[in-house]
Design a protein around this ligand. Structure first.
Ligand code: SF4
Ligand code: SF4
Length: 298
């Protein structure tokens, strides 16, 4: 990972940090995680499921290899045999070498898309393992700088790229004009904060910064479908890098921000995971599904 320098002081493992990381692991151990840590048979079928391995077929991109880094620590923590014969079982202590290995494998090569989970004959959930490793590392402030900054900027500004409301609205208005010109219909509008709209469209802030025509494309579809929809000026970023980084507190806060607007749909797996896996759980009042449709409460 390009932005990591293990010589930085914050990446130096102290006894306190090691104890805290292991405590996070202990707290997160439930039947689902324990089963995923226990039942891998090293068949390797998950390799071809993962786009990272398909794009770059090296052992470190095999999902089972990445998960194995946490397994080594888990064994030492939980398995009586590993405590007395760690070399035999492949168990290790959480030391500086291991923490660097964990950082390298936990971040940057898993989007938690879930393809390997679907294809694993044993039902191993590598997403859960990756997120647990990330939660341990985030708890001891060993999240890569770029990811940490992205979470912070989302918490501070309401979106992960720090787009101002003025720039956002101006970009959308520009896309509205483009759409009117393309369809030769000046009555077309891209609505903001429409009360009781059937659909609130949320998306990745990259679209405002770099790909505004995707907003226009979505607006064109809503227009063609005759949908009752709106954008929100308050809650419009569908991403949740708190969820990605394993920072549960940040993930809840970001998800709660989305809930204020209530939702719909984004293009990425992250939009879906944000709404389904965190928002639905943390907020507890959303009903979601593919092609979600939830009424606006503006
Ligand atoms: S497919 Fe499942 S059981 Fe096979 S190596 Fe991958 S995680 Fe392990
Ligand atoms: S969940 Fe992660 S490891 Fe599994 S296929 Fe997706 S990116 Fe690869």
């Amino acid at each position: 990972m390009a932005d990591l320098k293990f010589t930085d002081e914050r990446f130096q493992l102290t006894d306190e940090k090691a104890a805290l990381a292991l405590e996070v692991l202990r707290q997160r151990l439930n039947r689902q995680l324990e089963a995923s840590l226990e039942v891998c048979v090293r068949c390797g079928l998950c390799a071809d499921s993962c786009h990272y391995y398909v794009a770059n077929p090296k052992p470190e991109y095999v999902p089972a290899y990445r998960a194995e880094q946490l397994r080594k620590i888990y064994r030492k923590l939980s398995d009586p045999l590993s405590k007395v014969a760690p070399r035999w079982t492949g168990a290790v202590d959480l030391d500086q070498e291991m923490i660097e290995q964990l950082i390298q494998t936990a971040f940057g090569s898993c989007t938690m898309c879930g393809r390997c989970v679907i294809n694993c004959p044993m039902g191993v959930d590598n997403r859960l393992i990756a997120r647990t490793a990330r939660a341990m590392l985030t708890a001891i402030d060993m999240t890569p700088e770029g990811l940490k900054a992205t979470v912070n900027i989302h918490l501070e500004t309401g979106n992960n790229m720090g787009v101002s409301e003025e720039d956002y609205v101006e970009t959308v208005k520009w896309m509205e004009e483009e759409l009117q010109a393309e369809l030769d219909d000046p009555s077309i509008h891209i609505p903001f904060n429409k009360k009781r709209a059937h659909v609130v469209y949320t998306f990745n802030p990259r679209e405002v910064k770099y790909f505004p025509y995707l907003i226009q494309a979505a607006a064109k579809i809503f227009h063609a479908a005759g949908e009752d929809w709106t954008l929100s000026t308050e809650s419009w970023d569908a991403t949740n890098y708190g969820l990605f980084s394993g920072d549960d507190a940040a993930a809840r806060q970001i998800a709660a921000n989305l809930e204020r607007g209530l939702i719909i749909w984004g293009r990425t797996c992250w939009s879906w995971r944000n709404v389904d896996m965190v928002t639905a759980r943390s907020v507890g009042r959303l009903k979601t599904g593919w092609g979600m449709a939830i009424h606006s409460r503006f």
